[in-house]
Design a binder for this molecule. Structure first.
Ligand SMILES: C[S@@+](CC[C@H](N)C(=O)[O-])C[C@H]1O[C@@H](n2cnc3c(N)ncnc32)[C@H](O)[C@@H]1O
Length: 502
């Protein structure tokens, strides 16, 4: 099995990053693959003829898009094998441990805990069992799955169980520790049990369970009645790192119910957190604007590098730039900061533009700015009006069937020698990696948003809109796809990273 976990154990920083962003996605992926029947419907490698995603979806009675979102991740994790003709089969070690009835029973039991686990905060506060369509000892569950040794049939099975059951439990423990203020308390130094009980409102049993599991995760240690961060946690969660991490956990918490009910989404494309609903989208993105602003500095490095890259082939002086789905404004403002005579139009939903305005003002680029509220699904962006149009992390918001129309409107709005700048998570040509990109795409499916594409898939859609020249340049954490009409000069390599922050 190629599951990327065995080599060297991850550092606490890497683990926290994973628990904050993807551990609950991974648990939901495995739990739903099991409940939908994917594992049972796949032939075992070497035994039966591999089947396509379409055949698999038909066999289990689920949507092709839903099954594909699961399968691409299962292939990337090494649990399912995909051949060059995109035929799918279950790997032998997975087939073996899933055929073990006792192991299967453990998975089924763990599956039922998602909803009650989401009420951990209440369990910590009361110290008691919860009634949630039955009686659930959530604190007891944490004890059992983290602190009791239950043998698994093989190391592969143990790894699978960990991803299946403990991943989401870790995420929710940290969401809860953040919400109750426990992590903030510990970040200021060693604390006595009485002080922690008073500050967090936890019951004794609740606090003890949290501290025991946090200690097991290498985050805290307790001597007598005094608890503190471990040395590694203290270093990792220093300064702004803890508030940043807590924000990531609270973003992940927004997906909890949708992940719990993922089977409904995969079977019937019923979206529990439907970001195509304007009200839900406004609330969600307004909530997330803090988080988007928190990553401003790192994204600004990327956007400045993109602006410098484009300046190598086309002057930015006097350029008209349109930034569609601007969010924090981080992409458009990089063009404004690179060239003081460039004019930038920031397009987004009205509530989000307030945040963009503040950021643009802070960077002293208001004089070059126009703010344009609207709906990117339907907006006519005009004709031959822009030298550069930026689509930064926004195509993944659009359902795949709407991309041709989007590219048509954008191509029309570009001047004849204009350049379209797409900043996206671009998949490899097999669509089975990189892993972080696939998890990001999985959340987009979950929320009825878009899909991630490979470079050649983008190139085909862009060519249909007349933008036949494309290049794909890898930035450090995402990719840049540049597109233009034939004959327009496109950069073939990235400019070096800009030195000092502007
Ligand atoms: C993933 S964020 C990207 C933000 C920013 N471009 C960045 O890279 O940080 C997607 C953006 O698309 C915007 N968006 C989503 N649906 C929209 C709609 N129907 N009309 C206008 N903007 C929309 C959201 O408000 C959000 O700011």
């Amino acid at each position: 099995m190629t599951a990327p976990r065995s080599a060297t154990p991850p550092s606490l920083a890497q683990s926290l990053h994973f628990w904050a962003r993807n551990a609950s996605n991974e648990s939901a992926l495995l739990r739903t693959s099991l409940s939908v029947g994917l594992f049972d419907a796949l032939p075992v490698e070497g035994e039966g003829a591999p089947i396509t995603v379409q055949q698999l979806a038909e066999k289990v009675g689920a949507s092709v898009r839903g099954v594909r979102s699961l399968v691409e991740l299962l292939v990337c994790l090494g649990l399912v094998r995909m051949d060059d003709a995109r035929g799918l089969a279950l790997t032998r070690p997975v087939a073996t441990f899933l055929a073990d009835p006792r192991f299967r029973e453990r998975l089924q039991e763990a599956s039922g805990w998602w909803g009650p686990m989401g009420r951990l905060e209440e369990a910590v506060e009361t110290g008691r069992r919860l009634s949630h369509g039955g009686c659930w000892d959530v604190l007891g569950l944490y004890w059992r799955i983290f602190l009791e040794k239950v043998p698994s049939p093989s190391p592969e099975a143990e790894d699978f169980f960990d991803r299946f059951a403990r991943g989401a439990a870790r995420t929710w423990l940290l969401v809860t520790a953040g919400r109750l203020g426990l992590l903030e308390q510990l970040s200021t130094g060693p604390k006595d049990e009485a002080a922690l009980l008073a500050a967090t409102g936890a019951s004794e049993r609740g606090l003890r369970t949290m501290l025991d599991v946090l200690a097991h995760l290498g985050i805290t240690r307790t001597e007598g009645t005094t608890s503190t961060f471990t040395e590694e946690a203290r270093q990792v969660l220093d300064g702004k790192a803890l508030p940043y991490l807590l924000r990531s956990f609270s973003v992940s918490a927004q997906y909890w119910e949708a992940l719990e009910r993922l089977e409904e989404t995969v079977r019937h494309e019923r979206f529990i957190l439907d970001l195509k609903d304007p009200e839900v989208s406004q609330r969600f993105y307004a909530d997330n604007s803090n988080q988007i602003t928190a990553v401003f500095a790192s994204h600004f490095q990327l956007s400045r590098r993109a602006a410098a890259t484009l300046a190598q082939v086309k002057p930015l002086a006097g350029a008209q730039v349109l930034d569609i789905g601007t969010g924090s404004g981080v992409w458009g403002v990089a063009f404004a900061r690179t060239e003081p005579t460039a004019h930038v139009t920031y397009f987004d939903q009205e509530v989000v533009l307030e945040q963009a305005r503040r950021n643009v003002e802070q960077l002293k680029a208001l004089g070059q700015a126009r703010f344009w509220p609207g709906n990117l699904f339907t907006q006519d962006f005009g004709e031959a009006a822009y030298d550069f149009i930026i689509l930064p992390q926004v195509l993944n918001v659009l359902r795949p069937e709407t991309l041709p129309d989007m590219f048509r409107r954008v191509a029309r709005a570009l001047k004849p020698d204009g350049i379209l700048v797409i900043a996206e998570y671009v998949l490899n040509e097999r669509r089975d990696g990189p892993l972080d990109h696939l998890y990001f795409g999985f959340r987009r499916f979950l929320t009825n948003e878009g899909d991630l594409l490979s470079h050649s898939e983008y190139a085909a859609l862009l060519a249909d809109a007349g933008l036949t020249a494309t290049v794909c340049l890898p930035l450090p954490t995402q990719e840049l796809v540049l597109a233009a009409r034939p004959g327009v000069n496109l950069p073939t390599q990235l400019a070096p990273p800009p030195r000092a922050a502007a």
